[in-house]
Design a protein around this ligand. Sequence first.
Ligand SMILES: Cc1ncc(COP(=O)(O)O)c(C=O)c1O
Length: 405
Amino acid sequence: MGALALLEPALLARESVSARELARDEEFWFAVRRAYDITPEFIHLESGWFSPVAREVREAQFQYMSRLNEITSFYYRRMYDDEKVRIKRRMAELAGLSPEEFVICRNTTEALNTVILGLELERGDEIVWCEREYPSMKDALEQRAERDGTVNKVIRVPMVPETDSEVVELYEKAIGPKTKAILVSHMIYLTGQILPVRKICDMAHARGVEVIVDAAHSFAHVDYKIPDLNCDYLGTSLHKWLGAPLGTGLMYMRQDKIAKVWPLFADRGFAKDDIRKFEHLGTRPATIEQTLVKSIQFHESIGAERKQERLRYLKNYWVERVASFARVVINTPMKDHQSCGIANVAIEGVEPKAVADYFFDEHRIFTVAVDMGVRVSPNLFTEIRDLDALVRAIEQLSTPATSAG
Ligand SMILES: Cc1ncc(COP(=O)(O)O)c(C=O)c1O
């Protein structure tokens, strides 16, 4: 029996249980864990890069790969176009979009480079962004500035703001007569901080400024539909929190914006205002797009809200236990609307890399050191005992007797 079928009785038995209550039902989440093949070699708390696909999704992918290998270009010549329509319709439902306003691409990097490098901007036009944006987008913005004379206005946003308006005001203050766009991460990759993107978009639109959202970490992690953000452009990686095969992403563009953005890969076969002009990438493995439907089914069988609540519960579980330890600094805001499953921890006097190495070398806990601390990103397969191990590791390292560098 497949994993999805196995999950069904567990879900049926809990139909009337709220997502918040279910978040702490270890028996249920153990059933979810069994849908994955997770290595026993270490405790995996680094899901921020990408998620594994559930076993059932991987098996579907293998079948698609075998079939494509049998029929080769017959698939692309006779079947791909129709399949693409079907796959996009399914993706559209999940994202709350119409198929005419997004493309399935390879990842966030591709989606947002397309927007950043494709927007019509003149010398002196300004783009506002915060210093903790993802490096690939900063590079794209800096390359654009070097090549075309656009101006980057980089702001600092507090890591733990008191209110949303404090953040929105920082973006608003940075807007000048030449500002054309804001680039903003929905969830900052270093700390898991969620920025008030909807409020930033509403403010920016009132000032005639467009907003490009980097939703790499928020999509299928936090429970929302893309139109809820009211943004103009958005990119995300479906291999992160949706658990789709590596190499799947989504680029959204408001329909009235499509005509003015140049694709990175030219395609003269479509009108300027047709989103499909962005679909041309040359030959690519259609099998990952086919498998996407199975990933969506898996995600929906658990449910977006239940997933969000479980991920938030896992983060709260370990953070609440370590926050009072001496020398421990939590670099993530803890109000529900300000973060979800990811948090960042630092230990005063110990370099983040030494902390991550200590976790791995002494406790077999895999995390990643980033600028200001160690990013911890659990997943649906995380067990409470994994987090208890993390808490013990932090406790040992933060007590004065221990030294890891
Ligand atoms: C905020 C953010 N944007 C973009 C990316 C790039 O994602 P990808 O490598 O899938 O393009 C990442 C990757 O971690 C990220 O965290």
